[in-house]
Design a protein around this ligand. Structure first.
Ligand code: PLP
Length: 474
């Protein structure tokens, strides 16, 4: 038996690369990363490719490991080249962010030390760190010091957590679901619909409240609808507001919605996945007035804090409500409980074993300080305003004046169909590849979106976008 154990040990020890190998792998990965940042990231934002990454399938998974050179080459060709390059400053599609370098340092250390920050007993410092970050965000949005939340993998899960918490806090049982009424606008992010389904609330009644010409909820209409629903014996339950919609960056009248929610005892959730971090700027903060009246907020550090993908947050004013929905005890965990000086993420989220995602955010804020984040956010707002003004000079039609850093625009040609023409424009931009733009359809009209949120987007990239668009419609 010992012989077999030793033979297996021999092979399994490969899992711990020693000295030379570790150094070689480290340098190779670092070189790859440097090369990415210095060169191939800068060249293109969209790369039209023939094989669409199919080569990844050619490098099969086998018993023996491969040289790192071969593995990285495969990664470069098939993953890091075709289609959208979200690290590029020319990325104006969807909601860009960029992925600040320090995220990688945090992830690297989190992966090496593999601290388990799900339960206070296992890693009290890590749990304190994640809670400290959540309290920092709670403070930014004007929540009381007793509020907390959870670091999630992104905004969709943050919205889901808020919905399940609201459902339980309002005592909604399965038998009530088809009488429950949920209020939102058609501009609310689609992940909420998905989350409602996941949360077992698919049969609830969704009321789309009309919007004004800037795509913001009309609070008076919300009020009327709630009254009607109450009179009809339904259960008004939850209202959603957006603090920066994905389509146009619009902020709903949060203060008025908050007042109506309170009067009618509705759970008020604000989706600030895109817009939330603009509150770091005192100049922009007033636009979010009333967000502090909400019961819960979704906010994405992998958007407005420019961290690499994989970190969102849900903030909940009533921490106990979050706990009631998510805590659990198991016999095998008996040593871990009742020692908490600070709530454990495992009691505030569906996750148990989890990525120590707080470290990437903490190390970024500690190393860089808040000032460059705030400046970048203010810069993006101005860049979007600049674009909004300049694009009109080129003969384009624009949507509402941007609240934040997203503008919509389209070119209306004299003879051609406008929708088809703008679709063609987006395709031409994609073929060129130096910048990337995405589009949306609002009330049947095709609009091109200009979303400025990559920390790498500066005046140079915006001018390039204007120049490209100007040339295309000449
Ligand atoms: C991006 C976004 C979401 C979804 O968040 P993910 O991090 O992509 O899961 C939700 N709401 C808004 C307003 C968003 O911009």
């Amino acid at each position: 038996m010992k012989k077999s154990i030793m033979e297996l040990e021999d092979i399994s020890r490969k899992l711990e690369p020693v000295n030379n190998k570790r150094a070689h792998w480290n340098t190779s990965v670092q070189k790859y990363a440097d090369n990415f940042l210095d060169e191939f990231n800068q060249n293109n934002t969209f790369v039209v490719s023939e094989n669409m990454g199919k080569g990844i399938l050619d490098l099969s998974i086998e018993d023996e490991g491969k040289p790192i050179e071969e593995v990285l080459q495969c990664l470069k060709e098939n993953v890091d080249t075709p289609n959208i390059n979200p690290a590029s400053g020319g990325h104006f599609g969807y909601i860009p962010g960029g992925g600040v370098f320090t995220t990688a340092l945090g992830d690297y250390l989190a992966a090496i030390t593999n601290r388990y920050a799900g339960i206070f007993f296992a890693c009290p410092g890590g749990v304190r760190m994640e809670n400290m970050l959540l309290r920092w965000m709670c403070k930014m949005v004007g929540y009381p010091v007793t509020a907390l939340g959870n670091l999630t993998s992104g905004g969709s899960i943050a919205n889901l957590s808020a919905i399940t918490t609201a459902r339980d806090a309002k005592g909604i049982k399965a038998k009530d679901v088809d009488r429950c009424v949920i209020y939102m606008t058609k501009q609310l992010h689609h992940c909420v619909q998905k989350s409602l389904r996941v949360a077992g609330m698919k049969e609830s009644i969704v009321r789309y409240i009309p919007m004004d010409s800037s795509f913001k909820m009309i609070p008076e209409k919300l009020n009327i609808q709630i009254e009607q629903d109450k009179a009809n014996g339904l259960l008004p339950f939850m209202v959603f507001g957006s603090a920066g919609t994905t389509d146009t960056g619009a902020i709903d009248p949060l203060k008025k919605i908050g007042g109506i929610a309170k009067e009618n005892k509705l759970w008020f959730h604000v989706d600030a996945a895109y817009g939330g971090f603009f509150m770091l700027s005192n100049r922009i903060k007033p636009a979010f007035k009333g967000i502090e009246l909400s019961d819960s907020i979704a906010i994405d550090p992998h958007k407005g804090l420019f961290l690499s993908y994989g970190i969102g947050a849900v903030l909940i004013k009533d921490t106990d409500a979050l706990y009631q929905t998510h805590h659990y005890t198991a016999n095998y965990m008996q040593d871990a409980f009742n020692l908490d000086e600070d709530p454990s993420p495992a009691d505030l989220s569906p996750e148990l074993t989890k990525h120590f995602r707080g470290l990437r955010m903490w190390i970024s804020l500690q190393l860089l300080g808040v000032a460059p984040f705030r400046a970048a956010l203010e810069e993006k707002i101005l860049l979007c305003q600049y674009f909004y003004e300049e694009i009109q000079k080129l003969g384009f039609e624009v949507g509402p004046e941007p609240d934040l850093s997203i503008a919509i625009f389209r070119y209306v040609p004299k003879t051609e169909d406008a929708n088809a023409y703008n679709l063609k424009l987006v395709k031409q931009i994609m073929q060129d590849g130096r910048i990337f733009l995405s589009s949306t359809t609002i009330d049947g009209a095709y609009w091109i979106r200009f979303a400025v949120l990559s920390f790498r987007t500066h005046l140079k990239q915006v001018d390039l976008a204007l120049q490209l668009l100007g040339n295309l419609v000449k």
